[in-house]
Design a protein around this ligand. Structure first.
Ligand code: FCB
Length: 455
């Protein structure tokens, strides 16, 4: 399924094609030009938490190499580039003085995108909270909410006239659950009650930030990005079905419903018992503000069983280097289900991609598995559109190989290979395929190919 040849299929002419990155994973320059530390700078220093004991100090040196990297983006012929702002780079302590040098970097970056005909898709929080705020409790502390709103307003004031899109938070589930319940991501806290409170503060800060940025007159499209998976029960047994219902509640409905319906799902609240969040009067109304878009990051489905954990090999599907099942039809199922159950704003697939080992031969990088993964998920997106879902764009994760959080640099998601010894970039076969695919899209719409910059 979904290995159909999509080369001859035309997406809508105004569909947005892009590639995505995030600040901490590529920038490096961890304490350059007045940048303050983030919780990921701190977390990387904890022994044993990063698989290869690496950190983000150098990463892809994007802070220095941004202009070449934007040339690379433009050479692919995409419409848009999704990037994130490092909060502590533009406000070292997360409150108080803003850092002019930090803002100057993002002004150069955004102007550089516009000069190359790329639409900037800006994310405010891709996880790198200023350490100074964590010292006061971070996202668990309600006082972080107004700090985020101030930061968002300052970014919107300086860049809001030039970016196409502003996303408040990338994947609140990851920040809440991986950061505060399992503790495998920064800040490494292990408490379900904390995770639930963190999610609430993320939602609240999202809604208040949108309202405040709009009140300032910022015209960029505004929304949020969620990581979502369809949840399948391993068997038809009542126990597995109940486990799937709980997992769907905690992983999907808990994140979608406050934003779109202004309420938490009652069954999950009941499951949470004493861990339910502290919600003040007015919060839910402040969370549910109109979204110009909903970003969906999709990598895999989830299969849930009440007993022994489901063995991923059971599905008989290809498995990526992350140990994630390749399951493109899950993306169609997810989108169709969201469309059926909710009144949705336009959807963007803000991340989709895969880690595989590349074969490097004679300055060519063969990554057929990644290329196929991307093609099949684009086909799955199209299938959802055929079934009536409005999807306005698709972004590959990621432009570059980069710092893959607790997996370090060993897991490569880039369609461009990074040689970390020399910082050389090399287009992989998947990048060449994506470029050709986009050229054909333009040709079908009668538009001259624009990927002028050859490398
Ligand atoms: C997502 C993150 C992104 C990247 C991919 C593989 O959860 O948003 O930064 O790590 O996974």
């Amino acid at each position: 399924m979904f290995n159909a040849d999509i080369s001859k299929t035309a997406f809508p002419a105004d569909f947005t094609w892009g590639v995505a990155t995030s600040a901490f994973q590529i920038e490096g320059a961890a304490d350059t030009d007045g940048k303050g530390p983030s919780i990921w700078d701190d977390f990387c220093r904890v022994p044993g938490v990063i698989a290869d004991a690496s950190d983000g100090r150098q990463a892809c040196e994007h802070y220095q190499r941004w202009a070449d990297d934007l040339d690379l983006v433009a050479s692919l012929g995409v419409d848009a580039y999704r990037f994130s702002i490092s909060w502590p780079r533009v406000q070292a302590l997360g409150s108080g003085a803003f850092n002019e040098a930090g803002f100057a970097f993002y002004e150069r970056l955004v102007d550089g995108m516009l000069a190359r005909g790329l639409k900037p898709f800006l994310t405010l929080n891709h996880w790198d909270l200023p350490s100074a705020l964590q010292a006061k409790g971070g996202w668990e502390n309600r006082d972080t909410v107004p700090c985020f709103v101030d930061y968002a307003c300052e970014v919107a004031r300086r860049l809001g006239d030039r970016v196409a899109s502003i996303c408040t938070h990338n994947e609140p589930w990851v920040i809440a659950v991986l950061g505060h319940e399992s503790g495998i991501f920064a800040p490494g806290i292990k408490s379900r009650a904390a995770a639930i409170q963190v999610a609430h503060h993320l939602f609240l800060s999202h809604g208040l930030a949108l309202t405040a940025m709009r009140a300032q007159g910022c015209k960029a499209d505004m929304g949020i990005v969620l990581n979502l998976s369809p949840i399948d029960a391993a068997t038809d047994s009542a126990a597995d079905q109940a486990a799937a219902r709980r997992a769907d509640g905690a992983g999907l409905r808990w994140y979608v419903e406050p934003l779109l319906k202004g309420e938490y799902p009652a069954d999950v609240l009941q499951d949470l018992g004493a861990d339910a969040p502290r919600v003040l009067p007015g919060d839910m109304g402040n969370i549910k503000v109109p979204l110009d878009f909903l970003g969906v990051n999709y990598y895999m489905r989830s299969v849930v069983s009440a007993g022994e954990p489901w063995d991923i090999k059971t599905g008989g599907n290809e498995i990526t280097d992350m140990g994630w099942e390749v399951y493109p039809q899950g993306l169609t199922e997810l989108l169709v289900r969201l469309h059926r159950d909710y009144t949705l704003p336009p959807i963007f697939i803000t991340e989709n991609g895969a880690a595989f080992q590349d074969e490097v031969l004679d300055r060519q990088v063969h990554d057929g598995q990644r290329q196929r993964y991307i093609a099949r998920h684009i086909a799955a997106t199209l299938e959802a559109m055929r079934q009536g879902v409005r999807v306005d764009g698709y972004f590959v994760w990621s432009l570059l190989d980069n710092f893959e959080w607790s997996s370090g640099y060993a897991k490569r998601f880039g369609i461009v290979r990074v040689d970390y010894d020399t910082q050389q970039r090399m287009l992989k076969d998947s990048a060449l395929w994506y470029r050709d695919f986009l050229d054909r899209q333009r040709a079908q719409h009668g538009v001259q190919a624009t990927s002028a910059l050859e490398i």
